[in-house]
Design a protein around this ligand. Structure first.
Ligand code: 1VU
Ligand SMILES: O=CC(=O)O
Ligand code: MG
Length: 361
């Protein structure tokens, strides 16, 4: 059961910071994962500040059991020694049933709680998991004297989590967003794919067979097939739940690092459906996410034209042979709001958007 409205924004521990009333819409096109216990990766982090919207020190899967303490300490060292400037600093803690998570939280909050923006919680099953983290964070924040509440991001990677998606989003004012976790979710659902995200050539629809002059189907004739998106349902469900609760949806990992083309396609599908970003597992995926999750200059130019032509935003107009009205101007405002937010942190994009504005609006 969720808390009554009158208590929803009350701090959960005496001395804990007041919960946020609204989750800030900070650009987060790529959530870049690194292992803070891997010296090579960790050494690259200071230079990545400003080139990526979110740097995430990962403590969960992909960190070997024997290295958990080393990675946690590495994260503390990086947090203390790095000025993150405009880049957000997140972590992914170990799962709530693991032997490491309590030490993750009781170490990270006092040591670098003032530097961290968001704590990503894996394998969230329902509101009870968020309630546990919510109360513990409040106690730790109060003890550490933090003035800014930590936000919480849940990975959607169990069938139960998907079934409980709305209650997870509504469980706490700390909820910042959700990411699709296609690898764990595939395993939990017993899907028959061994890929980390992305499509599958076996998941397809096939064109109907051609018919001969007598109308007899030619089953053996060549027929086109169209590969389908295995993740469409879950991403769409996640986008609706997040939009309803004023929080943000993200596509998760794309494991085929070398297949930059398919990665771009998967990210773009997520962008078009309403996701604000995706995970990056390797530096090459930052470039892809930054490109895909930034509206194109053409879309921004068109959106600005529609907004200008629509005046007070009511009625209908024709632009380039297409009808625009109260609803489509709202779509255009979504595009322009995102472009403005990105232009504020990305000088290259700002220049591109400004140039188009002068020429085409
Ligand atoms: C599937 C479910 C999930 O939970 S996904 C999230 C968990 N997985 C992860 O966080 C994986 C993170 N990425 C990695 O571990 C590595 O990128 C993997 C995929 C193993 C590839 O590493 P590697 O074989 O070294 O790649 P490479 O030779 O092309 O690397 C070139 C240089 O770049 C570095 N690099 C690599 N990945 C990162 C990263 N994520 N962040 C920062 N730096 C990275 C490498 O260390 C390498 O550096 P150098 O040139 O040797 O100095
Ligand atoms: O944690 C991510 C996943 O795909 O599993
Ligand atoms: Mg996972």
């Amino acid at each position: 059961m969720t808390r009554p409205a009158k208590d929803f924004f009350a701090p959960l521990a005496v001395g804990a910071p007041a919960p946020l009333r609204e989750i800030p819409a900070r650009p987060s096109r790529a959530i870049h994962f690194f292992d803070p216990g891997n010296e090579k990766m960790a050494a690259k982090v200071p230079d990545m500040v400003g080139t990526v919207d979110v740097l995430l020190g990962n403590l969960e899967d992909a960190v070997k059991a024997e290295n958990k303490e080393k990675s946690r300490q590495g994260l503390v060292d990086i947090g203390k020694s790095t000025d993150f400037g405009p880049t957000q600093f997140w972590t992914r803690i170990n799962s709530l049933d693991s032997p490491w998570v309590l030490d993750d939280l009781t170490t990270l909050v006092p040591e670098i709680g003032d530097k961290l923006d968001v704590i990503m919680v894996p394998k969230v099953q329902g509101a009870e998991d968020i309630h546990y983290v919510d109360r513990l964070l409040a106690q730790l924040e109060a003890r550490a004297g933090l003035t800014k509440p930590l936000q919480v991001h849940a990975i959607l990677e169990t069938a139960r989590g998907v079934a409980n998606i709305e209650e997870i989003c509504a469980a706490s004012p700390r909820m910042q967003g959700l990411s699709l976790g296609p690898a764990d979710l595939a395993a939990d659902r017993r899907m028959k794919t061994t890929r980390v995200g992305g499509g599958h050539p076996g998941y397809l629809v096939r064109q109907d067979p051609a018919r001969d002059d007598l109308g007899v189907p030619q089953y053996d004739a060549q027929r086109t097939t169209y590969q389908q998106d295995l993740w469409h349902y879950t991403i769409a469900r996640m986008v609706d739940a997040c939009a309803m609760h004023g929080i943000y949806p993200y596509y998760g990992p794309f494991g085929d690092i070398k297949d930059t083309v398919a990665c771009e396609d998967q990210f773009r599908n997520a962008f078009l459906l309403g996701c604000v970003g995706a995970w990056s597992l390797h530096p090459v995926q930052i470039t892809i996410a930054n490109k895909v999750f930034s509206p194109s200059v053409e879309d921004v130019a068109h959106a600005r034209r529609v907004i200008a032509a629509m005046g007070d935003g009511t009625g209908a107009v024709m632009i380039d042979g297409k009808m625009e009205d109260d609803a489509s101007v709202k779509q255009c405002r979504v595009m322009v709001a995102l472009a403005d937010a990105l232009a504020a942190i990305d000088p290259e994009l700002k220049e591109q958007y400004d140039r188009i504005e002068v020429a085409d609006v």
